[in-house]
Design a protein around this ligand. Sequence first.
Ligand SMILES: Cc1ncc(C[n+]2csc(CCOP(=O)(O)OP(=O)(O)O)c2C)c(N)n1
Ligand SMILES: CC(=O)[C@@H](O)[C@H](O)COP(=O)(O)O
Ligand SMILES: [Mg+2]
Length: 626
Amino acid sequence: MALLPGISSPADVRALRPAQLESLATEIRAFLVDSVSRTGGHLGPNLGVVELTIALHRVFESPRDTIVFDTGHQAYVHKLLTGRSDFSALRQRGGLSGYPSRAESEHDVVENSHASTGLSWADGIAKANELRGAADRHVAVVVGDGALTGGMAWEALNNIAAGQDRRLVIVVNDNQRSYAPTIGGLAAHLTTLRTTRSYENVLAWGKRTLRRSGPPGRLAYEALHGLKKGIKDVVAPQGMFEDLGLKYVGPVDGHDVRAVEGALARAKAFGGPVIVHVITEKGRGYTPAEQDVSDRFHAVGVIHPETGLPIAPSRFGWTSVFADEMVRLGHRRPDLVAITAAMLEPVGLAPFTSEFPSRVFDVGIAEQHAVASAAGLAFGGMHPVVAVYATFLNRAFDQVLMDVALHKAGVTFVLDRAGITGDDGASHNGQWDMSLLRLVPGLRLAAPRDEDTLRAALQAAVEVDDAPTVLRYPKGPLPPRLPAVDQLAELDVLGRHDGDERSVLVVGVGAMAHTATRVAELLAAEGCTATAVDPRWVLPVPESLVKAVGDHTCAVVIEDGVVEGGVGSMVAQHCAAAGVRTPVHPVGIPLRFLEHASRAQLVESLRLRAEDIAHDALRRLDTPAH
Ligand SMILES: Cc1ncc(C[n+]2csc(CCOP(=O)(O)OP(=O)(O)O)c2C)c(N)n1
Ligand SMILES: CC(=O)[C@@H](O)[C@H](O)COP(=O)(O)O
Ligand SMILES: [Mg+2]
């Protein structure tokens, strides 16, 4: 009889007999493949943590004990074991979030999908437990080998090691991958730890046989055991974790649910900070994922469950244009180098890597290091292009400001997934970059509207060697080309409609230029005079844009970013400073976190569709100024 339908809480998992656990794991894997192939999601990471998550909920008593997932994309099994079995609308409005969600369950804690913060959360929770007289409660945190390459993880480990009495179990989910194989010295160290598994097996044999063969055998075993410590130090210098004062348990086969349960129970019994090193396989148990060299089905769209092939082939998108133009520029500019933070394929640097393997640096999930090292590369005479998702640049703002801009370094930042992305939830929308980066002296930011303007912006950006330059573009397929019909200084005029005295300047930032063009048409249909323009470079605000605003009775600035401090607010500020009295209305994302939904649903609910913007503009125009 199927076990999964009978699981509605961790207590049900703990009530299972050990002999039932492998069957439960098999059922969960089948569920994940069947369900996630219909909705899309992080199939590979979750297939790799089935046994681990079962063991976690058998050893720790959530929510009395706290279980934290770093990045959280691997929490589907946790959701299944904590009473959430309807994955039919995963990552869709009204359905389960693709990450932990407190609104969904008392078992969920960290909703932030930015990697490498889990250990800090765990440190804080363990300190709070101690201070609130709940020191007997345990905190377990699952952190991937990729997330461990983030600097915050090491800041946290340093602090966790200082709390020797805090009940904190760090589960290193070592599947040797971020998207691609995890890079760096840490990955190498984890590898040496993994290779000691053979010594563990020899030692286990020694324990079983030698110790049963009387005093000589016991002596032999003790010698072997001492040798093992020596060997481990030689083969796998335990120092990194143990020198930090952290006990180390492992490596453990992460797909042997009883072995993981035993290791977690031992770690829990220590009563202090312990690392449990669990060896897992991303995509485990699903051949298309296991055979996916690129990223073991890290994140898939809707796929054929039998083959793993995508139902809808991915279309030529913004990322592909960047990828292509980078290669073209790379041939022309030997000083051009590229930096990725563990997302080489997703940001489009694979073609550049194929052509110029020595000129690409994958720094791991380490955006702050990526930016500061870019300042170093620029100092050394290179022109770095740092390619990250817009939302992940947030954590490297200080490095952009103080390491790049303060030193007038010619570094180009390419921000993919800028604006509303939607289904990955609140922390993945690239909505803050323009409001943040407007504060950086000397920084120049371009928001291309189509393929031609993206190529032109990248070409121009890499020519700037005395200031940071930034390009930002959205997720997904390219919109049609949108050629200018005229020019107003450096402003591309996209549409010009003569009408009555109500003259509206409609400014489209980046991909919103397409919306702006439509808004102008709708306003013209209502008799207004309407001009749609795209400044292309929006930071600093072009003077010609301020002048164009002054030539109209009102202006609307449409951007796929936070309105607070965004381009629209800057245009209004510059107009006020220039004595231009034309009212400027910023239109964009309000100052709040967006629930997970499709981009289209969020655009509609935020009234960012052309018809909504035109309607609101008309209402303002027809409302007498008080
Ligand atoms: C700060 C930040 N940068 C980049 C990402 C994108 N990202 C999401 S998951 C992931 C790889 C995580 O690897 P790992 O921690 O080993 O987890 P696994 O998927 O292997 O279980 C990356 C780079 C992110 N979530 N946060
Ligand atoms: C958690 C994670 O992997 C994210 O970075 C996200 O899933 C990216 O999704 P896209 O690459 O599809 O935008
Ligand atoms: Mg990993």
